[in-house]
Design a protein around this ligand. Structure first.
Ligand code: TXA
Ligand code: MG
Length: 314
């Protein structure tokens, strides 16, 4: 397919494709994004169609800096504080939609909020500068499947639907951005990700955790229980490996098929998570057993993805 090295010429071409309504996959530090013009209903509809994504699940809007979202959303003092500390970086903020916002209502699933993020990847930032319009960018995988951390993963899942895939190498963080809802008075963590809850609490004080603190309020429409799913069944917190199972280890372990991080480093484990799940998802195994991962720091995001990968399939 059209996996392209991100030269200046390729980035200019990608910007032109986006402006004309085509879809371009771009690298970020978290996972690859499936980009389209966020102000163009047809481009946004093409994103939903390419992913097979339910239309109630809104998209994240990307830009090269906080200023680029001025017309789209209303940033309060908390949002500016977070932007200053974490952008560019793996943080997405859900903010009130500004009246007259140019962002397609389809992109935000008709909600009165819009999710925005400035990723930390030179290719993404150059692309957003060049294109000059907000870019809708869900992870570049078919809905419900494992997110892509290389250009090849993108091509395998969505190649047919894309005008171009910009190859920025393997993603350094490897799990998606943290999504925090600032559209209400109490900041709420909607999705654990590359920025840890501990660091967010340092900046904001109290942060609620959706699900845990508000069991009756599924605030992030995209947090479906089965997601990130390989074809094989996934068994969590494994202390042993059964016959014909692959063992995805963490820390020192005997008999590991693959090891997320032999030294028990959560950042390394996050960076390896999706590509290792993909490479273990083979017919020669009957399932994937995963060793326990500590529930702190990046472990929150890793365990969230693993629980969804192991959830009963719809
Ligand atoms: O790391 C990332 O965030 C990647 C890269 C490409 O930036 N993008 C990504 O997008 O993970 P996606 O579409 O796979 O996940 C977006 C999440 C979904 O859970 C969605 O429901 C939530 O953000 N979201 C988007 N807009 C929202 C809104 N207005 N209110 C609540 N949740 C929202
Ligand atoms: Mg996704």
């Amino acid at each position: 397919m059209s996996i392209i090295a991100p030269t200046a010429a390729a980035i200019a071409e990608a910007a032109g494709l986006l402006r004309s309504g085509s879809l371009v996959a771009f690298p970020t530090e978290t996972v690859y994004g499936l980009g389209g013009d966020a102000t163009n209903d047809l481009a946004v509809a093409a994103i939903f169609a390419a992913k097979g994504r339910p239309a109630f699940n809104p998209l994240i809007i990307h830009g090269p800096n906080a200023r680029s979202f001025e017309e789209a959303v209303i940033m309060d003092e908390r949002a500016h504080r977070l932007a200053k500390r974490f952008w560019p970086g793996p943080l997405t903020m859900v903010l009130p939609r500004r009246p007259g916002s140019p962002v397609s209502l389809l992109a935000s699933a008709g909600l009165d909020s819009v999710a925005v993020r400035v990723p930390s990847h030179p290719v993404a930032l150059a692309l957003f500068e060049a294109v000059g319009i907000p870019i809708a960018g869900p992870s570049a995988n078919p809905s419900g499947r494992i997110s892509p951390t290389t250009a090849r993963h993108v091509d395998e899942g969505l190649g047919q639907a894309l005008a171009m895939i910009l190859d920025g190498g393997p993603c350094q963080v490897g799990v998606e951005s943290t999504v925090i809802d600032l559209s209400t008075a109490s900041p709420t963590l909607l999705r654990p990700g590359g920025v840890t809850l501990e660091t967010l609490r340092e900046i904001l004080g109290d942060v609620w955790v959706a699900g845990a603190d508000q069991p009756n309020a599924p605030r992030s429409p995209g947090m479906l229980s089965s997601h990130y799913a390989p074809n094989l069944p996934v068994r969590l917190n494994a202390s042993n490996v059964r016959e014909n199972e692959a063992l995805l280890a963490f820390g020192r372990a005997d008999g590991a098929t693959l090891n997320l991080s032999p030294t028990g480093d959560l950042a390394e484990a996050a960076a390896n998570l999706f590509s290792m799940l993909r490479s273990l998802d083979r017919n020669e195994f009957e399932g994937i057993a995963v060793m326990p991962i500590p529930e702190n720091g990046l472990g929150l995001a890793i365990n969230d993805r693993l629980r969804r990968a192991a959830a009963p399939r719809a």
